[in-house]
Write a protein that binds this ligand. Structure first.
Ligand code: XMP
Length: 512
């Protein structure tokens, strides 16, 4: 039990948004724990919750084998919010009726809210909610009333305010639901009521203590890339177990200008053992003559593991292999019930020849912005915490076609100038990702009185919230002009600069 903070218990029925609910609750400064639905009474005992949230799930509540909970959960005076399956379950268990509609309600749905409901009072009486269900509540349990409706149901929300029981057929945690976060806030603050006593520093402290207990005096190994996730993971484990942690930083020579040294410098004062392996020559030799982006990615991934294994072998057996996996990776790689969305984004995979007993993933339940806040709470350097996403294969995929040390140097210089100019213009926090790409196109130019036949460099800048979709950044022309002038003047063999004005989709953020 968490004795420092009020706790909200989230009972997980296997819904795809269960951890998004947890994230929203944390965003509202309330501590929460997610438990599997089968252990409800033990979970209540363990967490002494001020409120319970029942998540969505893939089952139909009236079918044999659907996960149910005892009615007494609703009789303890603890406020309960059921979402989607959780709402149907609440109706079903308390003597109402939930049944298949024969028509699936999916996506953004016009909804009318009852202004007398404590969850909706003072909000617009109609709005869009996000629905995803084929079962709906068709009969209310005693003491309940309908609190929202759509074209196909009068019970898009149900409530029994005396008993502090609420059910929403839609998903307030999803950003497509207008005022969804406000509805959650009202459940937490007006109904439970929570005081908002939780912040990321608590999470850091708790996770450090958990890791310390789990690792004991064992040895831990971590592949540090200098990206946000592995850096925060290193910082956390350093606080937990200090020099029992060894970080191997494989510098594949495909990082941006000075980045390898920056990573090393950022961890100089931390209590860890840091091994930096300068493997540029090795990677370049393996990549020589390769032009196809997938082939480059594959080679880099394999070589990375090989170098890591060789270093690990020198250390000998370890007890734990740490990974900076974050929640979107868990979802994207298809863990649990979620479908595989993409598999290409991580360089590594697991090494076959490292002798370890167990994996630890202290960031597994966090979303990216939470990882950054955790990094801040741990005192990690700003330059690491606010680092832009950077592909594992690094600049190898930003040099189109065949890769050489000279081309990498050109790209590194040009990219550094572009970054410096954006920082000078004060645009570096507003544009979420920006970089240079060395294309394989060469064309005629004129410099002084000389004819040149040199490379075209592309500049890319995007604004985005999730990197799944993105718009090209409207960088002022004079900033582009300064960057272009400096790059052509200072970097040999680049004689033409273009700015990418496509969004994603239809383009992607990277060129490769
Ligand atoms: P795309 O090009 O698919 O990229 O629009 C979306 C975002 O993902 C980043 N990216 C990667 N991140 N490992 C990563 O950790 C990778 O292999 C990788 N490839 C692309 C890309 O920079 C953009 O932010």
């Amino acid at each position: 039990m968490n004795t420092q903070n009020q706790t909200v218990l989230i009972l997980d029925f296997g819904g795809q948004y269960s951890h998004l609910i947890a994230r929203r609750v944390r965003e509202l400064r309330v501590y929460c724990e997610v438990y599997p639905s089968g252990r409800v009474l033990a979970a209540i005992e363990a967490t002494k919750p001020v409120g319970i949230i029942l998540t969505g799930g893939p089952n139909s509540v009236y079918e044999p084998g659907a996960p149910l909970i005892p009615a007494e959960v609703f009789e303890r005076g603890i406020p309960v919010l059921g979402i989607c399956y959780g709402a149907q379950l609440m109706a079903h268990v308390l003597g109402g009726r939930a049944a298949a509609t024969g028509q699936r309600e999916y996506g953004q749905t016009e909804t009318r809210f009852d202004p007398d409901s404590p969850l909706f009072a003072g909000l617009p009486e109609t709005g869009v909610t996000w629905m995803s269900h084929g079962v709906s509540i068709q009969g209310l349990p005693t003491g309940f009333r309908g609190a929202a409706s759509t074209q196909s149901t009068s019970y898009a929300a149900i409530e029994n305010p005396q008993k502090k029981l609420y059910g929403l057929q839609f998903h307030p945690e999803v950003s497509h639901t207008q005022n969804g976060l406000e509805m959650l806030r009202r459940f937490l603050y007006d109904i439970c009521p929570c005081v908002g006593d939780w912040h990321m520093g608590d999470y850091a402290e708790r996770t450090v203590a958990e890791m310390r207990a789990k690792i004991g005096d064992g040895k831990v190994l971590l592949a540090l890339s200098g990206g946000v996730d592995s850096s925060v993971c290193a910082a956390l484990l350093s606080k937990a177990v200090g020099r029992q942690l060894t970080c191997i930083f494989v510098d594949h020579g495909l990082l941006r200008k000075d980045e390898g040294d920056e990573v090393e410098a950022a961890f100089r004062d931390w209590d860890i053992r840091l091994i930096r392996v300068n493997a540029e020559a090795r990677f370049l030799a393996r990549l020589s003559g390769q032009t196809e982006p997938e082939a480059k990615r594959k080679i880099i991934g394999e070589e990375f593991i090989r170098v890591f294994e060789e270093e690990a072998k020198k250390i000998g057996s370890v007890d734990f292999l740490a990974q900076g996996t974050i929640y979107p990776d868990v979802i994207e790689s298809g863990a649990g019930n979620a479908a595989v969305i993409k598999s290409h984004h991580n360089t590594g995979g697991l090494p076959d020849h490292v002798d370890f007993k167990e994996i630890v993933e202290p960031l597994r339940l966090l979303f990216k912005d939470e990882v950054r806040r955790l990094g801040v709470a741990l005192g990690l350097d700003d330059s690491l915490v606010w680092r832009q996403p950077f592909p594992g294969p690094g600049l190898a995929i930003r040099v189109i076609g065949d890769l050489t040390a000279e081309k990498l140097d050109m790209l590194r210089e040009a990219d550094a100038i572009f970054r410096a100019e954006l920082a000078l213009a004060g645009l570096d926090r507003d544009i979420h990702q920006y970089f240079a790409v060395l294309t394989s196109l060469r064309s005629v130019g004129v410099m002084g009185d000389e004819r040149t036949y040199d490379y075209t460099l592309a500049l890319r800048g995007v604004t985005t919230t999730d990197f799944m979709t993105a718009d090209f950044a409207r960088i002022p022309y004079d900033v582009l002009a300064r960057a272009s002038g400096r790059i052509v003047g200072e970097v040999p063999h680049i004689n033409r600069i273009v700015y990418d004005i496509t969004s994603k989709p239809p383009a992607t953020i990277e060129w490769e």
